[in-house]
Design a protein around this ligand. Structure first.
Ligand SMILES: [Fe+2]
Length: 301
């Protein structure tokens, strides 16, 4: 299977194997000492409990079984939560059939960047979830504005700029479960120089999660292109991100971004990403434009 993925993507076979099967190795390594301990308990002479070594093994396995039972419940709860996030993503898809690919690629980019920054697994998970639903507020934007094929008027752009706040309002009932992703939804259009929206936060005032997703969102939009703007190559998009370091983006994150970009991740080239996710990607024959932010007419004049 790893070889098939290698042949279709050209990614390092070692990375593919570890990404897909590394958990098996980890599982064997963790379980080995437990199995050895059980074997020693069973063969202990004299037996640790009663006249048969199996009693001590059974006694040891009872709390293990309950720990496993509770872990299963935690996993089920997490799966239910992930399905809820999927449902929200699908809701965005229903609005714009191109958004699934956009959100998925933003998720992949932001995840790489978060790992490079040194965030732990729980924080990376938060960023991944937030990336997938960062534009959920676009559900509240009229189609005539969201899907306008040309440049936007100033009023229309003002409407678009409300989507982060709409997103927060939409998800308010789930705040207890999505609290950290709220920062991503609300602040992913803030800029390092303070000229972003909705609050005009600057520099470190912008939550780290949102700074990470902001770069991922911009790179994906640049390489996706628009009906009236040719898509940039990965190299061109990287240079533009670097040109905007300290202006739109956090300079430290931009440096890290180049580092992860150079390792040839699956997301760097949009075509490679498309092939990998082709089974999940909706038809590209829709006439709707990509989900990237439309440009404002007045800013072009
Ligand atoms: Fe957005």
């Amino acid at each position: 299977m790893s070889i098939v993925v290698y042949l279709s993507t050209g990614l390092p076979i070692k990375d593919i194997w570890f990404h897909n099967f590394g958990w098996v190795l980890a599982s064997y390594l963790i379980m080995s000492p437990v199995v050895l301990l059980l074997a020693r308990m069973y063969t202990a002479s004299p037996p640790l409990l009663g006249s048969w070594g199996g009693w001590s093994v059974i006694l040891f396995l009872i709390p293990l079984y309950y720990a496993r039972f509770h872990w299963d419940e935690v996993v089920k709860l997490r799966e239910a939560f992930n399905k809820t996030v999927d449902l929200l993503s699908n809701t965005i898809d229903a609005k714009d059939p191109h958004t699934y690919l956009h959100s998925s690629r933003v998720e992949a980019i932001a995840s790489s960047l978060a790992r490079a920054y040194g965030l732990d697994a729980a924080q990376v998970d938060t960023i991944e979830k937030g990336s997938r639903i960062h534009d959920i507020g676009k559900i509240g934007i009229p189609d005539a504005v969201l899907f306008k094929p040309g440049l936007l008027t100033e009023d229309e752009y003002a409407t678009i700029k409300k989507h982060p706040e709409y997103g927060v309002r939409l998800l308010a009932p789930a705040q207890d479960y999505l609290s950290e992703t709220f920062d991503i939804i609300k602040y992913h259009h803030e800029r390092w120089d303070g000229r972003g929206y909705p609050e005009g936060l600057a520099g470190q005032e912008i939550p780290l999660w949102a700074r990470i997703v902001s770069i991922a969102d911009a790179y994906e939009a640049m390489t996706a292109g628009r009906p009236y703007q040719k898509a940039k190559t990965p190299e061109e998009a990287l240079l533009e991100i670097e040109d905007l370091s300290g202006i739109q983006f956090d300079p430290k994150l931009v440096r890290l971004f180049r580092g992860v970009w150079e390792t040839n991740p699956t997301w760097r080239d949009r075509e490679v990403f498309l092939r990998l996710y082709s089974s999940k990607v909706p038809s590209l024959e829709s006439s709707s434009p990509p989900s990237s932010e439309p440009e404002v007419e007045t800013s072009q004049k």
